[in-house]
Write a protein that binds this ligand. Structure first.
Ligand code: CUA
Length: 155
């Protein structure tokens, strides 16, 4: 193959990749409904503690088999730091940060998110087995970052 031909092949490959990525972007945005948080997912960061549901963090049963867990991330703890939920129930985690960006990762699950001041983070999860999972903050949030953890106890 001549250099010109190789160059042509690379140009075509690069162009094809752009088309593939663009299609993937459109599919995730319109086909799967992935998008940036909208107005409903925003909160005034200085008013978090006076804004429902964050004025009352904790676990609540919203209907049989369905729970809501409201969690606040702050330097350097999760509120509440111990979350007790039943196995097999659908759990909606609703969270935000009160000061700086924190992480929210529940060990052994796919739950992995950032808690950002001014934004509400929502995740749904079902714990199939009873057990204990560590919650860790995986965004560096200051001096006490390594002390910021909690637990999910599945009963
Ligand atoms: Cu919170 Cu690191």
């Amino acid at each position: 193959m001549t250099v010109e031909r190789i160059e042509k092949v690379f140009l075509i490959l690069a162009g094809a990749m752009l088309v593939v990525f663009l299609l993937a972007l459109f599919y995730s945005a319109f086909g799967m409904g992935m998008h940036l948080p909208d107005r409903e997912g925003e909160i005034v960061p200085t008013e978090v503690r006076n804004t429902p549901p964050f004025d009352n963090p904790g676990v609540r049963e919203v209907e049989p088999g369905r729970y809501e867990v409201v969690v606040l991330g702050r330097a350097w703890a999760f509120e509440p730091d111990e979350i007790r939920v039943p196995a097999g129930a659908e759990i909606d985690f609703i969270s935000t940060a009160t000061d700086v960006i924190h992480g929210f990762h529940v060990e052994g699950t796919r739950m992995n998110a950032m808690l950002i001041p001014g934004q509400i983070t929502r995740m749904t999860y079902v714990f199939d087995e009873p057990g204990e999972h560590l919650i860790i903050c995986h965004e560096f949030c200051g001096l006490g970052h390594h002390l910021m953890y909690g637990r999910v106890i599945v009963e």
